[in-house]
Structure formats: structure tokens, C-alpha cells
Design a protein around this ligand. Structure first.
Ligand SMILES: Nc1ncnc2c1ncn2[C@@H]1O[C@H](COP(=O)(O)OP(=O)(O)OP(=O)(O)O)[C@@H](O)[C@H]1O
Ligand SMILES: [Mg+2]
Length: 199
């Protein structure tokens, strides 16, 4: 039987890093961020709904969505964030499910879905097991600031817009603590693979 694993965590906690470990080990990974980007291509229903709500000022001169500007709008205002999520999430969920079905039919025993808002969006209902990538807040802030070149205040805003990692850890079937070196995290990943193979 196939196991669908919902891979989540906080912003910049290391989801994509662990997703690449799964890929390197030959497991298929569905990236919901990529799906969300795809469905916001110019001309789609989701694109039109975003422009209708957020206005043309959300577009770059080439007519594509200015993701940075959209990000700033939604992290300033929780209601705006909810509206964007309502536009994007249902379609992301449907596309993810159909991709997972195809992979199941192909006979994959383990299928990984990278979903930043797994618990917040109720996506955990669609998966068999949940894996949370966790880091202490101070490290999360540092890595987010370094990766995105943003100020501490904005990094904190983004972090605080999500369910606290402590709460996610409580709900998780498995937790990887990504505070240490990549090698340390890789070792935890290898232990997890062993446990999954036994499950
Ligand atoms: N163990 C680690 N040690 C040092 N740096 C790390 C470690 N794990 C991840 N990073 C770095 O931290 C940043 C965030 O990691 P990653 O992109 O995997 O997080 P993410 O959870 O996928 O982020 P997002 O929420 O934006 O999708 C990256 O720059 C990555 O290279
Ligand atoms: Mg990522």
C-alpha cells in the first residue's frame, strides 16, 4: 500500500532541503509551491481572481504577478492572506491529489507532498503520515533573513503568520530537528527512512 507523507514545517525550516533528500533517495515529491505558482500564470481563473481583488498594481510590467509585492500585501493583513488562500488552495489541493493518484497507480510505495500550510489548510486530512521539519525560532529567523535578504521585523511577521512550530510538532507523526548541520539532519532522515520501511 502507498503511504502519502505530508512534509511540512515553518517558513525556512528546511522543507525543501529534506524534500531533496527524498528525491535523491528516489522518492517522488510533489511541490505544492510549484503548483501554486503554475496556477497563477496569466489568464488562469486564479490569476484573474487575484488581479480582480488586489488590483493591477499587483502586476509587473510584463503582466505577471509580482510575487514580492503580493507577499508584502498578504503579510501585512491577515484578511488579505485568507482571501489569497481561498483563491489558491482549493485548486492546489485538487491538482496535488490527482498527481498523487497518478504516482500511486505507477506503484510508488512512498509519495511525499511538500505543503507549507499542511495543518493550517486542513491538507493533513489528505495524507497518511505527517513529517514536520522543526528548528528553534532564532535559527529560523537567521536562515530566513539570510536566504531572502530581509529585515528581522519582516522575517518575524512571516513566521508569526503561521501556526507555531511547537503546535505543528505536537500534531506530527514524525519530526526532524534541522537546527544542526546538514549531515546531522541527513542522519535523522536516514533513521526516518528505516522507520518508514518498517511501517
Ligand atoms: N541544517 C541546515 N544548516 C544550515 N542551513 C540550512 C540547513 N537546512 C536548511 N538550511 C538553509 O536554510 C534555508 C531554508 O531552507 P529550505 O529552503 O530548505 O526551507 P523551506 O522550509 O523549504 O523554506 P520555505 O518555507 O521558504 O519553502 C536555505 O537557505 C537552506 O539552504
Ligand atoms: Mg521550500
Amino acid at each position: 500500500m502507498a503511504h502519502i507523507i505530508g512534509l511540512t514545517g515553518g517558513i525556512a525550516s528546511g522543507k525543501s532541503t529534506i524534500a531533496s533528500f527524498f528525491k535523491d533517495s528516489g522518492f517522488p515529491v510533489i511541490e505544492t509551491d510549484q503548483i501554486a505558482k503554475t496556477i497563477l500564470q496569466p489568464g488562469s481563473d486564479a490569476f484573474n481572481a487575484v488581479v480582480k481583488h488586489f488590483g493591477e498594481e499587483i502586476l509587473l510590467s510584463e503582466g505577471i504577478i509580482n510575487r514580492k509585492a503580493l507577499g508584502e500585501r498578504i503579510f501585512k493583513d491577515e484578511r488579505e492572506r485568507d482571501i489569497l488562500n481561498q483563491i489558491v488552495h482549493p485548486e492546489v489541493r485538487t491538482i496535488t491529489q490527482s498527481k498523487a493518484d497518478v504516482l500511486k497507480k505507477e506503484g510508488h510505495a512512498i509519495i511525499v507532498i511538500d505543503v507549507p500550510l499542511l495543518f493550517e489548510a486542513g491538507f493533513d486530512q489528505d495524507v497518511d503520515l505527517t513529517l514536520v521539519i522543526s528548528v528553534p525560532k532564532e535559527i529560523q529567523i537567521e536562515r530566513l533573513m539570510a536566504r531572502d535578504g530581509i529585515e528581522k521585523a519582516y522575517a518575524l511577521k512571516k513566521i508569526n503568520a503561521q501556526m507555531p512550530l511547537k503546535e505543528k510538532r505536537k500534531r506530527a507523526d514524525f519530526v526532524i530537528d534541522n537546527r544542526g548541520s546538514i549531515l546531522d539532519t541527513k542522519n535523522q532522515f536516514n533513521e526516518l527512512l528505516k522507520a518508514l520501511k518498517e511501517a
